[in-house]
Design a protein around this ligand. Structure first.
Ligand code: C2E
Ligand code: CA
Ligand code: CA
Length: 422
């Protein structure tokens, strides 16, 4: 397309480009546009124009390089070349100049196209280097450079490792869902503060990955939420949580189970019916199930999510507002959403000492005024337990009462240790 050597030639030439030790040599990778931006150009103006865009970008790049620098066209939108530069000197001047040089438009057939160029840098010094890996690393740096001030970035091991891990987690989640033994639920008791009695538990997802070990829900759930995987994941939680609740009821412990729902669940058509069917299948009353959601949930698709919440609540399933106080909790919103319970976020409860209970008191009186029950999360000490009870908080949850635990332990806890301790 451009007449310059391609990626395969780069791989073949790599030894020569790097020199004996790679010392003082650096790979520069220039990406002309983000894939999405390029696709927009492609859709609007067609293939021939898009190729002209790439050629124009190359010409502009060449004009900024010392004559005779071998440039490689390593992927549709990326060019790579090696310069002499010592890591110790920081960002090479030429990389900065390229980023600045591309700050304006790339003009193709008199049409100015806003360029979104990334400049990635990868030192060739010292590493036992695989040329394909070097190219990948420089591409990662070029993508990262879009978030840097000067439009240039070095390859960063840490952010790259985080990306690779996130990708791995997402790729392995379907197997975790289909094979038994990786995913499990832990149940954390929720007690009525006045009596100390436990009528419910929150289902919390656990994942033991065969190679990565335990992965926290705070890590994998936000990833799943970026994909359609959150749907089967929540379905799995609903199924397991209700089946455990059924089993506990059969042993004489009638409990309400709280299930965390994601934004995408509430705007998913038919989520309400799925919940009702699941209750039927397990022979549970709707009142034995509670759905927790956070405020951010509603922001995404307010109308549809609110309507769905209304249907769920009308059918007798309880609704809890989770993590209250962490978002932009606004009062008009609080009055308009259908809910039974408000859960005060741990960040208000964990440091609670008595002198600083002002906010908690205000939240309690406001929630009670709106007819909501209040549950405090993150009760870690006997002091905060006593204080919240004295303030009239209805329910509580936290390490002081019990940690999340497997279903079998919860039954034991309900039957033994708990009765003695309270
Ligand atoms: P969350 O819904 O706010 O759940 C409470 C979290 O606080 C749990 O963390 C629980 O183990 C922890 N916790 C409970 N008591 C205490 C305490 O006294 N002190 C401290 N420091 N922590 C306490 P976990 O299990 O790691 O879950 C983290 C978050 O992941 C949850 O926050 C929830 O947002 C999400 N999550 C967990 N399971 C599910 C699920 O099945 N579906 C969805 N959508 N989200 C889930
Ligand atoms: Ca929750
Ligand atoms: Ca919470």
């Amino acid at each position: 397309m451009t007449g310059v050597p391609n990626r395969l030639r780069f791989l073949a030439d790599f030894k020569k480009l790097r020199g004996r030790s790679g010392r003082g040599r650096m790979l520069v990778l220039v990406t002309l546009a983000e894939a999405r931006h390029y696709n927009e150009i492609l859709r609007a103006l067609g293939h021939a124009f898009s190729e002209d865009f790439v050629r124009a970008g190359l010409m502009q790049l060449r004009s900024m390089l010392p004559g005779g620098t071998p440039v490689y066209h390593v992927s549709v939108l990326s060019f790579a070349f090696v310069i002499g530069h010592d890591m110790a000197e920081g960002v090479p001047q030429i990389a900065r100049e390229i980023a600045q040089g591309f700050a304006g438009d790339i003009v193709v057939e008199d049409i100015p196209i806003r360029s979104k160029v990334g400049v990635g840098l990868m030192s060739l010094d010292g590493h036992a280097i695989d040329p394909a890996e070097v190219l990948r690393a420089a591409l990662v740096a070029a993508q990262d450079s879009r978030r840097s001030d000067d439009g240039v970035a070095f390859y960063n091991n840490r952010t790259d490792a985080a990306h690779i891990r996130a990708f791995r987690i997402l790729a392995d989640l379907p197997a975790a869902l289909s094979q038994p033994g990786q995913l499990a639920l832990a149940f954390q008791p929720r007690v009525t503060l006045a009596s100390g009695q436990c009528h419910g538990a929150e289902a919390l997802l656990r994942w033991r990955h065969p190679e990565l070990g335990a992965i926290a829900p705070a890590e994998f759930i936000p990833l799943a939420e970026q994909t359609a995987l959150i749907h089967p994941l929540t379905d799995w939680v609903v199924e397991q949580a209700l089946s455990a609740t059924r089993a506990m009821a059969d042993r004489g412990h009638a409990m309400t189970v709280s299930i965390n729902a994601s934004p995408l669940n509430l705007s998913e058509p038919g989520f309400d019916d799925k919940l009702f069917w699941a209750c039927d299948r397990h022979g549970l009353q709707h009142s034995q199930v509670e759905i927790e959601f956070t405020e951010g949930t509603l922001a995404a698709n307010q109308e549809r999510a609110t309507r769905q919440l209304e249907r769920i609540r009308k059918a007798g399933i309880r609704i809890a507002i989770d993590d209250f106080g962490t978002g932009f909790s606004n009062l008009a919103y609080l009055r308009s959403i259908p809910a039974d319970v408000l859960k005060i976020d741990q960040s208000f409860i964990r440091p609670l000492k008595g002198s600083d209970d002002f906010l908690v008191r205000q939240i309690l009186s406001m929630a009670h005024g709106l007819g909501l029950e209040v549950c405090a999360e993150g009760i870690e000490t006997p002091q905060s337990y006593a204080l919240l009870r004295a303030l009239g908080c209805d329910e509580g949850q936290g390490y002081h009462i019990a940690r999340p635990m497997p279903e079998a332990d919860l039954v034991q806890w309900l039957e033994g240790a708990y009765a003695r301790a309270m």
